[in-house]
Design a binder for this molecule. Structure first.
Ligand code: CMC
Length: 395
């Protein structure tokens, strides 16, 4: 049936139920699809706000539990509330023996795929049902329980053992790093990981958060909604970039090779991992913050990373200017994004590169959870339109 009566110019252009003609935006670029109180990305100003606070200030001064509480409650906790929240997350984060056995069976697969399957299997085993028709609080408790399991899931998948007891640990970030490296981490390393995990916890309506909200909008169980987020995060254009950033540094090997290497990649049509962003048109503030962390770490990669960053920026700027001149358009800036310095910081604290995407997931899962809770509390099914480009029937 062709119901495009409001659009005589193009019979295949879609219209909404109310008859309004919809416009097409590839990749939904520039489309506002929901309201949120959780985070705001100011792409022109290079700022990230988390629930009313500057994300960089939070990342440099607060703990994950404080920021998680902030997203959950809309305000920072007092000391008693923080204590109770930390205990709750730690206790929810303990995985029962039957679930440990379930997760162990998934070892050997690519780590983020195994994480996705583990979380889905646990939600299924716990019998989580579609949230629609149930009190919102039940679903929100289920979200919290799944998110709190992230460090244990990564530890079991990585080590093949039950998570070891982390006595007197300082919280989520320390448990995560300890679980992955197998030894009590230094305060500096915990702080570096905590900064990273806070910076990446939530970031507007990015692709994986959108996917989680879309799944939640159908009334699906919260395990399905989080699993949608993990699947979406796995792509190299989203959360899969930091591993390839280290591969790039390995390939360049020495600062004097950077220029030739970068030019060859771009000439061959390869994108530079850790550069470009859909929203930021200036420096990604998360990247600047992580660069400061990397400079403090002062590891063996730092000089190569700095030269490579600058070389990529120079060559991309050159390429973008030539392109803009040829097309008669304004120059679109391609700046460094969060993934470039993430790779340097996470390698320095001993997280293996194959776990970089899982580490991103252990942070963003908190944002997905809060977005799913927000969606549940004010739901409208996501159901966009498509422009049909095929043939119409002959009759
Ligand atoms: N290297 C080389 N060229 C690039 C890059 C890059 N990193 N990023 C964009 N471009 C070019 C791209 O080739 C395209 O030109 P053309 O039209 O000729 O193909 C033009 O810039 C516009 O690219 P786009 O993909 O339409 O722009 P977008 O806003 O959809 O892209 C992006 C955003 C992150 C997918 C892209 O910049 C990219 O692929 N970057 C590399 C992967 C990466 O670092 N991903 C991590 C993103 S940050 C973490 C997160 O929030 O998920």
């Amino acid at each position: 049936m062709n119901n495009n009566t409001n659009n005589p110019s193009n019979s295949n252009t879609p219209s909404t139920a109310s008859g309004t003609v919809a416009s097409f935006s590839p990749g939904l670029e520039g489309v506002v699809a929901c309201k949120t109180r959780l985070s705001h990305v100011d792409g022109a100003g290079g700022k990230l706000v988390l629930a009313g606070h500057n994300a960089i200030t939070l990342a440099e001064n607060n703990t994950i539990e404080e920021v998680w509480f902030l997203l959950h409650e809309g305000r920072l906790p007092n000391a008693a509330e923080l204590h109770a929240f930390r205990n709750r997350i730690e206790s929810l984060g303990q995985m029962p023996a039957d679930e440990i056995n379930l997760v162990k069976k998934l070892r050997g697969a690519e780590p983020l795929s195994a994480f996705r399957t583990a979380l889905s299997a646990i939600a299924n085993k716990r019998g989580y049902k579609p949230w629609l028709g149930r009190p919102a609080k039940e679903a929100i408790d289920e979200i919290m329980a799944l998110c709190a399991l992230a460090p244990a899931i990564v530890e079991v998948l990585h080590t093949g053992r039950r998570p070891r007891l982390k006595k007197d640990n300082a919280g989520y970030a320390e448990r995560y790093l300890w679980g992955v490296t197998g030894k009590k981490p230094t305060k500096d390393d915990v702080r570096a990981v905590e900064t990273y995990l806070i910076l990446t916890m939530d970031h507007g309506l990015n692709a994986s958060t959108f996917a989680s909200r879309v799944a939640a909008s159908t009334g699906a169980d919260v395990g399905a909604a989080i699993t949608s987020g993990i699947g979406t995060l796995s792509g190299p254009l989203h959360g899969g970039a930091p591993g390839p950033v280290l591969d790039m540094l390995d390939s360049i090997a020495s600062p004097d090779q950077a220029d030739a290497w970068v030019r060859a990649q771009l000439a061959g049509g390869t994108r530079l991992m850790g550069f470009g962003h859909r929203i930021y048109r200036t420096d990604d503030p998360r990247s600047m913050c992580l660069k400061r962390v990397a400079e403090r770490q002062n590891g063996p990669r730092i000089e190569l990373a700095k030269v490579t960053e600058q070389t990529c920026l120079n060559v991309l700027a050159e390429k973008q200017s030539q392109r803009a001149a040829a097309e008669g358009k304004a120059v679109r800036a391609l700046r460094v994004n969060v993934e470039f310095w993430t790779a340097v910081v996470l390698e320095h604290v001993g997280i293996p590169r194959q776990l970089f995407s899982s580490t991103f997931c252990a942070s963003r899962i908190i944002g997905w959870g809060e977005h799913i809770a927000e969606q549940i509390q004010d739901n409208k099914l996501f159901r966009p339109l498509s422009t049909y480009t095929g043939d119409m029937p002959a009759e």
